[in-house]
Design a protein around this ligand. Structure first.
Ligand SMILES: O=P(O)(O)O[C@H]1O[C@H](CO)[C@@H](O)[C@H]1O
Ligand SMILES: O=c1cc[nH]c(=O)[nH]1
Length: 239
């Protein structure tokens, strides 16, 4: 029986899965980076495709925006047999050293979201990616000479609630950027025994009324996706 939302069979899902928030990005990745991509889910526009990259079976699965939707998708991917879940998302920068289109390799996510809080039943916690995935992502970026930042981000629920002033307050504690999914993904990985990671492209500074120009974002997305896929090639022996 297929899960409720990711309507697929275990044989449809690869061990390695890329997780964009945006269904358009999922389709773009499938069409431009995977060989022989085949769709397996369209329910609720949680578009999912499976193909190969350099011989490694890879799925790309939309999470939708925010931790509640991401938790559903991640839990169901685990039920379907996925082993390595890597978010390929966008973020709003709070650190002035981050420019539009830059790549961020996430080392940890401050859990400001309600989904992580519900899973943890109020316990303090430090959501982090799997070390092997983090190492493979950094190695892939370095080898391809992709400029990148490695560090801490925050995961929030309410996109429009965060003001530049609040964001700057978090930057005093090392937070480089805000997004809306990573903390829950990392926690579910730890709870369910699968490996996780997150790469982000800077789409804006917190408080901007527009995202960066499409061509700059697109180049950043291409660098991010290539980096994640090259990390999967490195990780194929450990899964
Ligand atoms: O571009 P994605 O992966 O959706 O990520 C970011 O973009 C959305 C907000 O615009 C949120 O989902 C946030 O985390
Ligand atoms: O959470 C997010 C994601 C992208 N940009 C933002 O400003 N916030």
């Amino acid at each position: 029986m297929s899960p409720l939302h990711v309507r697929a069979n275990p044989s449809d899902i690869a061990p390695f899965v890329l997780l964009p928030g945006d269904p358009g990005r999922a389709e773009y990745i499938a069409q431009n980076f995977l060989e022989n991509p085949r769709p397996y889910n369209t329910y609720r526009s949680l578009l999912g495709f499976t193909g190969t990259y350099k011989g490694v079976p890879v799925s790309v699965q939309t999470t939708g925006m925010g931790c509640p939707s991401t938790a559903i998708v991640a839990e169901e991917l685990v039920q379907l047999g996925a082993k390595v879940l890597v978010r390929v998302g966008t973020c709003g920068a709070v650190d002035e050293r981050l420019a539009a289109g830059d790549l961020v390799i996430v080392q940890g996510a401050v859990p400001l979201d309600g989904t992580t809080r519900q899973y943890l039943e109020g316990r303090p916690y430090a959501p982090v990616p799997s070390y092997e995935v983090l190492e493979a992502l950094v190695d892939a970026a370095r080898t391809a000479k992709v400029p990148h930042h490695v560090g801490l981000i925050a995961t929030e629920d309410a996109f429009y609630a965060t003001t530049p002033e609040e964001a700057r307050a978090w930057s005093r504690f090392g937070v480089m950027a805000f997004e809306m999914e990573a903390a829950t993904l990392f926690l579910i990985g730890q709870m369910r025994g699968v490996r996780t990671g997150t790469l982000l492209v800077v789409s804006n500074q917190i408080g901007d009324s527009e995202f960066v120009a499409q061509e700059i974002l697109q180049r950043g997305v291409d660098r991010m996706v290539r980096t994640a896929l090259e990390a999967f090639v490195r990780l194929k022996e450990v899964v």
